[in-house]
Write a protein that binds this ligand. Structure first.
Ligand SMILES: [Zn+2]
Length: 233
């Protein structure tokens, strides 16, 4: 029996819908590193954005987004970074590369051993209070030179001693000295734990926003060989 015109149209529509649906599925799974959820500005969403960037970095599939002349020009009058990263000055740990982020995305504080003093605290407070950042990541890394200096503890009678002194006053670091396992790695983890706690209890700006849930403060460890960032807290 010859199909009627409406039947032909219905069949054609069905075939088109089927092709469209199948193409959509194939396209969705073919895109590498598609965002799991759109970034909505909240702390968890910001952390996900960082970790997706790190996944691209690990695979060597960086997008290098946010480096254009247009982006640079657009940012000249205002910045709206979505995360503060407190990391080591070590040349192998640049947050913008490790998280594959562009101009205006990250507010970065870098000191040897990712240590935080009053100047660093003021910088972090500024980002949270005036730029509206809702996520802070304290990132230590494998094989940190300052941690090694702390473990050797040979006075050099210079400002490097100051770094070691600060670490020597961290209760978590002292406890890590006698813990089982890898001494350097134990101290790296103890150091970021100490600094994360310091930020969570830093009055008035950080503690208030952290307690209200408006601000997330977390710690991470960067692996030099693999390029991976592990969230430790
Ligand atoms: Zn370091």
């Amino acid at each position: 029996m010859t199909p009627t015109a409406p039947q032909v149209i219905r069949r054609l529509l069905f075939i088109l819908l089927f092709i469209g649906f199948t193409a959509g599925i194939i396209f969705y799974f073919a895109i590498p590193d598609k965002p799991k959820a759109p970034w909505d500005g909240n702390p968890e969403s910001s952390l996900l954005r960082l970790m997706e960037g790190n996944a691209r970095f690990v695979k060597g599939e960086m997008r290098h987004q946010g480096e254009s002349v247009e982006r640079r020009t657009a940012l000249s009058s205002e910045q709206k970074p979505f995360a503060v990263i407190v990391s080591c000055s070590d040349s192998r740990v640049p947050p913008e590369l490790v998280f594959d982020q562009g101009l205006g995305d990250l507010f970065v504080i870098r000191t040897a051993g990712n240590l935080v003093d009053s100047v660093a605290l003021g910088s972090i407070e500024y980002a949270v209070k005036h730029l509206g950042v809702k996520l802070i990541v304290v990132m230590g890394h494998e094989n940190c030179g300052v941690i090694k200096a702390f473990l050797v503890k040979e006075p050099e009678h210079d400002y490097i001693d100051k770094l070691v002194d600060i670490m020597s006053n961290e209760p978590e670091q002292v406890a890590a000295l006698t813990a089982p396992g890898d001494r350097i790695d134990n101290c790296v983890r103890a150091n970021i734990k100490h600094i994360t706690t310091l930020l969570k209890t830093c009055e008035p700006v950080l503690m208030e926003k952290y307690k209200s849930g408006e601000l997330k403060i977390t710690s991470a460890r960067y692996d030099l060989d693999k390029g991976t960032v592990e969230i430790t807290e």
